[in-house]
Design a protein around this ligand. Structure first.
Ligand SMILES: [Zn+2]
Ligand SMILES: [Zn+2]
Length: 276
């Protein structure tokens, strides 16, 4: 599992954030030399695209989108393989509250005046599938999607292959009273996974002021990982205002207990082997 973008909300840049990186949500999961399964298309996907192009074959693969907020889709028109005629990407994204298919809601952003050309003029083929609470196969991966609490229709994913499992919940609204209840859909996705990539945007103090902004604290992420028997918890979707030093000091507060899951801070460029 490789992390190409680990920030939430908006990209950030500068000496205070360069160690963990400033691109927005994008992760890829790869088995052998097959095409990677991409999770979200934030600005980090541009760098993944450059890597894929060096492999000298067209990209034929898939991406799972949690939702259509900018920080999860903005990299799509800048993903270099969309400029290659052999590219074919199946994109899975949630059905929208207004009934629009995900294809319309997503691809409407790639046209003038927001983008210089219309998506239909790009050489690569993008096939968008509208999904909800589903179980399906993508290549050799078994995928479970469930709607989870956030703002607007948002999916979390559980992905399984060869007896190993990953859950991806980058944006997750903690109960706004700050309590630690866990939605049934989240239990479905996360129970017993080897690796959980989870929202950890806010400190407890910040959450008091932004309790209905769609996110959670690192403490809530850790509570989920402990309660649901997770092997490794990757703290993800760092707030753009969080400095590298602040992330380091948060980590020390999350790794105190002996019975804890392993806790890792997501960092751009990091690759983790999924194993128990
Ligand atoms: Zn986000
Ligand atoms: Zn969001």
């Amino acid at each position: 599992m490789t992390f190409h973008g680990v920030r939430g909300s908006t990209p950030c840049h500068g000496p205070d954030t360069h160690r963990y990186g400033g691109n927005t949500s994008c992760v890829s999961l790869r088995v052998g030399d097959e095409s990677p399964l991409i999770l979200d298309l934030g600005t980090g996907v541009r760098y993944l695209g450059h890597q894929l192009r060096t492999e000298g074959r067209p990209f034929v693969g898939a991406a799972l989108l949690t939702h259509l907020h900018w920080d999860h889709v903005q990299g799509l028109p800048f993903f270099p393989p969309v400029l290659d005629a052999g590219t074919r990407m199946d994109i899975y994204a949630p059905t929208q509250d207004d009934g629009r298919p995900a294809r319309v809601a997503l691809l409407d952003m790639i046209k003038p005046p927001m983008f210089p050309v219309d998506v239909s003029d790009l050489p690569g083929i993008l096939d968008v599938h509208t999904i909800g609470d589903c179980e399906f196969k993508v290549g050799q991966f078994s995928v479970t999607s469930r709607f989870i609490p956030h703002i607007g229709p948002t999916l979390g994913y559980r992905i399984e292959h060869g007896g190993r499992s990953v859950a991806y919940l980058p944006d997750h609204q903690q109960p706004i009273d700050g309590s630690f209840d866990i939605a049934d859909a989240v239990v479905n996705l996360v129970e017993g996974v080897d690796l959980l990539i989870h929202d950890s945007q806010y400190t407890v103090e910040e959450f008091r002021h932004r309790s209905d902004w769609g996110h959670c604290t690192g403490d809530y992420a850790l509570h989920i990982a402990r309660t649901l028997n997770v092997g490794t918890l990757v703290m993800f979707h760092h707030d753009p205002s969080r400095t590298d030093d602040a992330l380091d000091s948060n980590l020390s507060s999350w790794t105190a207990g002996d019975d804890d899951p392993r806790v890792v801070l997501a960092r751009e460029g990091m690759t983790i082997a999924v194993e128990r």
